[in-house]
Design a protein around this ligand. Structure first.
Ligand code: SF4
Length: 473
């Protein structure tokens, strides 16, 4: 999938894709509604208690990450697993690729993992001749389309059922109807066969428990638990921050994750798997590898952005964000979209590549309000804008000019009144039905997607003396 290098080009492309925008609006609207119902059932006060508790748990873990990492690694090794602590994405890919070579793996079955997208694992494995099959429905759809995910929890949110049916028809001998039930039925039948004869299974990790070395997998389709049960060699890949001390903390996070993500009380399947199969066990891997990926995470420790490591990837901030809802996920250009992506991408991938995303926000704060672990996302986006200006020793040119003009105008009453008089006069040819109908760039970009009311003939402060005069009389 070709990704345009500039954010401006990407969002322009997104804004012209009406089918995608409709699908994203429907999808985010549905998830927001489900989340609101779930919170209402819990009660606002109790929800806030949950969030406070979750924030405290996550902050405690991040502030003691070295200890918890050590404990987790010890426990995985004790239970017969292998651990790779990868500083970069390349190191993680190399470790898994070498393992696949050693095992002479031909068939690799994967469950959803954002980290694997982050480090481009699939293309690397495919390059060495492995057939990698995504088992999560959304991931499989975008794999068939040759695309990347556009949402953290619903990777194919940008596609409608007709587009999905076309993709399924391309791999099927029969014509698949476009009803959701038929599409799911086909995917189930097709993917079920792939579960047999796997050489290696790869899963993501929602949370790893330090005190037992257990990996928690949350799915609604049950695919990750089948992979962890059937794969002779199992690889779990996780971001280094996805740790919890133990079961007690897990119970808080699970109910928060499900409610924030989809409005469920709990995800349908919550699997805890620990190490390799024991002699008396009927299933589970004979070999287990945990790949813990840093890839820019540890650089955030102790900085003003440290709290970003609290993220539990629920996707709630995406659904709340008016920018995401209007441009979809691919416009963000990297694997993490929405407000979380707009913060993570410049932090993990560099300000030079993704600094523009600090402007992909209205700073309305809806993301912060939606975040179950209370990450101050809009404050971070604001801080990133400051960093960008500091780094480049300049702001966005248009913004610079606009704010300088704004401040000069508002600093003097006579200048302000003069500007208003001029603006009223010059807006005249652009006005239609009391709205500015067209204008030069950048106003033309703005007008394509929003209304701009024309300046009224009189402002309140101009009417006020007249009104007051009437009152006195
Ligand atoms: S930043 Fe918060 S709301 Fe967004 S995905 Fe992470 S945990 Fe969820």
């Amino acid at each position: 999938m070709h990704i345009e290098p500039s954010f401006r080009k990407r969002y322009h492309k997104a804004l012209s894709d009406t089918a995608m925008l409709k699908a994203v609006k429907n999808g985010t609207g549905r998830l927001r509604g489900q989340r609101a119902t779930a919170i209402e059932a819990v009660g606002a006060e109790r929800w806030m208690e949950f969030r406070n508790r979750a924030e405290a748990i996550r902050m405690h873990v991040i502030q003691h990450l070295d200890q918890y990492l050590e404990q987790l690694i010890d426990n995985v090794l004790k239970k017969g697993g292998h651990v790779c602590l990868a500083k970069t994405g390349e190191e993680a890919v190399q470790y898994i690729s070498e393992l696949a070579k050693k095992k002479n793996a031909k068939s690799i079955l994967k469950s959803k993992s954002m980290v694997s997208e982050e480090i481009h694992l699939n293309p690397a494995l495919e390059k060495q001749g492995c057939k990698v099959i995504e088992s999560d429905l959304g991931e499989w759809i975008i794999q068939l389309a040759g695309e990347t995910p556009s949402h953290i929890i619903a990777p194919a949110m940008h596609k409608n059922r007709f587009q999905v049916a076309d993709l399924f028809n391309a791999v099927s001998d029969e014509k698949i109807p476009t009803e959701i039930a038929d599409l799911c039925g086909f995917a189930r039948k097709y993917l079920r066969e792939k579960f047999l004869g796997i050489d290696i299974g790869i899963t993501g990790c929602n949370f790893a428990l330090a005190d037992s070395g257990a990996i928690t997998l949350c799915t609604n389709e049950g695919n990750a638990r089948i992979i962890s049960a059937l794969s002779p060699t199992l690889v779990t890949i996780m971001g280094m921050e996805r740790i919890l001390p133990g079961l007690e903390e897990l119970t808080v996070m699970l109910s928060l994750l499900a409610r924030s993500a989809t409005g469920q009380k709990l995800t349908v399947y919550n699997t805890l798997s620990t190490g390799v199969r024991k002699a008396e066990e009927l299933d589970g891997p004979q070999e287990f590898h945990l790949v813990i990926v840093d890839n820019g995470r540890s650089k955030q420790l102790g900085t003003k952005y440290e709290k970003i490591l609290n993220c539990i990837r629920c996707g709630s901030c995406l659904n709340a964000c008016p920018v995401y809802r209007n441009i979809g996920g691919h416009a963000y250009g990297w694997v993490y979209p929405g407000p979380i992506g707009a913060v993570l991408s410049p932090l993990y991938q560099g300000m030079d590549k993704y600094g523009e995303l600090a402007y992909a926000t209205t700073l309305c704060g809806a993301c912060t309000f939606a975040c179950p672990v209370k990450i101050p996302l809009h404050d971070m986006l604001y801080a990133l804008r400051n960093d960008k200006v500091e780094l480049e020793k300049k702001g966005e040119l248009a913004e610079d000019i606009a704010y300088k003009g704004w401040s000069a105008t508002f600093a003097s009453m006579s200048r302000y009144r003069f500007s208003i008089r001029m603006a009223r006069r010059f807006q005249f040819p652009l006005v239609k039905a009391e709205k500015i109908a067209f204008g030069p760039p950048p106003i033309s970009d703005w007008l394509k997607h929003r209304d701009m009311p024309a300046l009224p003939n009189k402002f309140f402060h101009e009417i006020w003396p007249e009104m007051n005069k009437d009152r006195k009389e």
